[in-house]
Design a protein around this ligand. Structure first.
Ligand code: VGL
Ligand code: ZN
Length: 204
C-alpha cells in the first residue's frame, strides 16, 4: 500500500506569497497528476500564530533570514508566513484536495518551530502523523511539496527515524535553495531514501 504525503503546498510558499519558493507553482499540476497512483493521501500545513518565534517581526533589530540562538538550537528568522486561518496558509487553489484524507498542522506552538510534519524541531511534540500512518498499515511513504530542502527534507528524515520506507518525488517538490537541496538529497539517499521522478510512478 502506497501513501502520498503532500508537504506545505500553501500560498505563502508559492510565488505571490510571503516566503515564495521559486517554481512552487510548477509542482502543483505534477502533484495533481500523481494522486491517482496512491491508496492514501495526507497533507501537512505550516500553521503559525502571529507571535511565532520564527518570525523576524517578533525579534526587533533582526533582519529577515538572520539566524538566532534559541535554547541551544539555531533558528532562522522568516518573513511572517502561514498565519493560521489566512489566505497564505491555505492550500494553493489549484491543488486537488478531494482525496486528502487527513491534514496534519504544525508550528502552532509560539515558542518552537516545526519543519517536519511528524515532530517539532526539538523532537518533543508529535503531530500524530506517525501513529496515524501505522494504524493505516504502515504504508510505503512517498513525499512531495515545499520547501524540498526544508520541510520536505525534515519530514522525510523523521519518517526514516520512525522506521517507514521513504521515497522523495523530486519533480513534485520545489526547494527554496537549489544548492541546499543538492546536499539534502545526498544525505537522504545515504540514509536509504529513494529519489524518483513522477514518471517512475506512472510507468512502474
Ligand atoms: C517552511 C520555512 C519556514 C517549509 C516552513 O514549509 O519548508 N520553511 N516554515
Ligand atoms: Zn513556518
Amino acid at each position: 500500500m502506497k501513501a502520498l504525503v503532500i508537504v506545505d503546498v500553501q500560498n505563502d510558499f508559492i510565488p505571490g506569497g510571503s516566503l515564495a519558493v521559486p517554481s512552487g507553482d510548477k509542482i502543483v499540476p505534477v502533484i495533481n497528476s500523481l494522486q491517482e497512483y496512491f491508496d492514501l493521501i495526507v497533507a501537512t500545513q505550516d500553521w503559525h500564530p502571529q507571535n511565532h518565534v520564527s518570525f523576524a517581526s517578533n525579534h526587533p533589530g533582526t533582519q529577515l533570514f538572520d539566524t538566532i540562538g534559541l535554547e541551544g538550537t539555531s533558528q532562522t528568522l522568516w518573513p511572517d508566513h502561514c498565519l493560521q486561518g489566512t489566505w497564505g496558509a491555505m492550500f494553493h487553489p489549484d491543488l486537488h484536495t478531494e482525496k486528502i484524507a487527513a491534514i496534519f498542522r504544525k508550528g502552532m506552538n509560539p515558542g518552537v518551530d516545526s519543519y517536519s510534519g511528524f515532530y517539532d524541531n526539538r523532537h518533543k511534540i508529535s503531530t500524530g502523523l506517525a501513529g496515524y500512518l501505522r494504524e493505516k498499515g504502515s504504508p510505503e511513504l512517498y513525499f512531495c511539496g515545499i520547501a524540498a530542502d526544508i520541510c520536505v527534507y525534515y519530514t522525510i528524515f523523521d519518517a526514516v527515524r520512525e522506521g517507514f520506507t521513504a521515497t522523495l518525488i523530486e519533480d513534485a517538490s520545489a526547494p527554496l535553495n537549489q544548492e541546499a537541496f543538492v546536499a539534502t538529497k545526498k544525505e537522504l539517499s545515504e540514509n536509504g531514501v529513494k529519489i524518483i521522478t513522477s514518471d517512475n510512478l506512472k510507468f512502474s
